[in-house]
Design a protein around this ligand. Structure first.
Ligand code: CTP
Length: 418
């Protein structure tokens, strides 16, 4: 059981924090809800008190003898602020302590995760951008908001991620402690590509994207800047990630190459079709009373092999996934060498394992000859274990100031080392 402070800012998305609170409580955690005074305009004190089973105060003047603003921050294992408004981020960045929540943020020594929610204009305003950079540079995790429907009829970046997603982030933050991927840019491919035969049919596979989304959520919870390239995934967007949607292997190839240029880590979990129909019919293929014709196929680009070959090895870590129906480690070593990546996560699929399942297991083979078994467990646990192996291989120290461009950091590190 962990002690969690759930900070709630004055945004309409405060109602989603009720569900997050319920998930945290069901997982056995003790949760102290600390709303800002204006947050109570959206969801009232009795709701928070009833759902948490704890007293709810918003100012530093209640229960002064217990010094709550110091005690709460000092004793917490995690502070999660959801939703974090533009005003709250600004006050936190400025180190203000004008209510119990901001005072608690100053005394917290545990991981602090902000889940911002606001209108797109406010999120993109240079003031908010600077505040977010400052908070990140000081070790806080600030999740990028989700893209979608906002308060009114408008939509854009600024939505609070779904409560289940935020819960996943909280679990990782509690498990991992301080964010060890802060300032790292990671790109994760997820899902399964579809290769069209005609306007209504395609060749596809069973991948749901769950493992890739777990990797994205885990990386965001550990402070990384995450982009997901999602092929035909029907899950809620992973908290804290930008999602770029693709359909076919060739779409994914183009988007991955573009996104990889600025990445520190690339993880290919997507099930990419090796082949596509040599020709796509513009109209629906008919039976027309003829015997069926074989489908002629042509080869797709091997994205993982190409990304591995293109990178400067000291600049990027590349991770592949190999879903195998038979666990044959020797063959998998051959695949690792063929693909040229740093790590290959070999996991069994078929017969109820892998695709669509909430659990996974793997052996992670390293180009350096290492072999690390990851026992059967949740896809989240496997994601955390993969990031542990990646973090151990990242050569440069995590940038102290996350707004420094990666190129500047590499240049300075190069000067220092050589
Ligand atoms: N992969 C890729 N591009 C492809 C095929 C696969 O980038 N055209 C990536 C997958 O995302 C995965 C890794 O390569 O990270 C291994 O995929 P897998 O299907 O096991 O490899 P294949 O090369 O297709 O080998 P096999 O003959 O076993 O299908």
């Amino acid at each position: 059981m962990a002690r969690v402070v759930l900070g709630v800012g004055a945004g309409i998305a405060a109602y989603k924090a009720c569900e997050l609170l319920r998930l945290l409580r069901e997982a056995g955690h003790q949760v102290r809800v600390v709303p800002t005074p204006d947050a109570l305009r959206f969801v009232g004190e009795p709701t928070w008190a009833a759902l948490s089973g704890e007293p709810v105060t918003t100012d530093v003047w209640a229960g002064v003898s217990e010094v709550p603003h110091i005690r709460l921050g000092q004793s917490a294992d995690l502070v999660m602020v959801a939703p974090a408004t533009a005003d709250l981020l600004a006050r936190a960045a400025a180190g203000m302590a004008s209510d119990l929540l901001t005072a608690t943020l100053l005394t917290a020594r545990c991981p602090v995760v902000y889940a911002p929610a606001m209108h797109t204009e406010m999120w993109e305003h240079p003031a908010t951008v600077a505040n977010v950079s400052l908070l990140r540079s000081r070790g806080a995790v600030v999740l990028d908001p989700a893209v979608g429907r906002l308060t009114g009829a408008d939509s854009g970046a600024g939505r609070l991620p779904e409560p289940q997603e935020l819960f996943g982030v909280a679990v990782t933050a509690l498990r991992r402690g301080q964010p060890d991927l802060a300032g790292r840019r990671v790109v994760v491919s997820a899902g399964g590509t579809r290769e069209e035969l005609d306007p209504v049919r395609f060749l596809g596979n069973w991948s749901t994207g769950r493992q890739g989304y777990a990797l994205a959520r885990s990386a965001a919870a550990r402070g990384a800047d995450v982009t997901v390239v999602a092929a035909n995934v029907e899950l809620a967007d992973p908290a804290g990630s930008r999602v770029r949607r693709v359909v076919s292997a060739r779409d994914m190839h183009a988007v991955m190459l573009a996104e990889a240029a600025a990445a520190d880590v690339i993880v290919m979990t997507a099930a990419v079709a090796d082949f596509r129909p040599a020709a796509r019919s513009d109209s629906k293929i008919k039976k027309d009373g003829r015997p069926p014709e074989p489908i002629r196929l042509t080869e797709n680009p091997d994205i993982l092999a190409e990304l591995s070959a293109r990178r400067a090895p000291d600049d990027q870590i590349v991770v592949g996934f190999a879903a195998e129906t038979e666990a044959d480690v020797d063959a998998a070593r051959g695949k690792l060498a063929r693909k040229g990546c740093d790590l290959l996560v070999v996991n069994p699929v078929g017969n109820g394992r892998g695709f669509g399942s909430s659990e996974n297991e793997a052996v992670v083979l390293g180009a350096d000859g290492t072999s690390t078994p990851i026992p059967r467990g949740s896809k989240e646990a496997l994601a955390d274990a993969v990031w542990d192996l990646v973090a151990a291989r990242l050569k440069l120290p995590a940038p102290a100031l996350s707004w420094y461009p990666a190129a500047v950091i590499r240049h300075v590190a190069g000067l220092l080392s050589g």
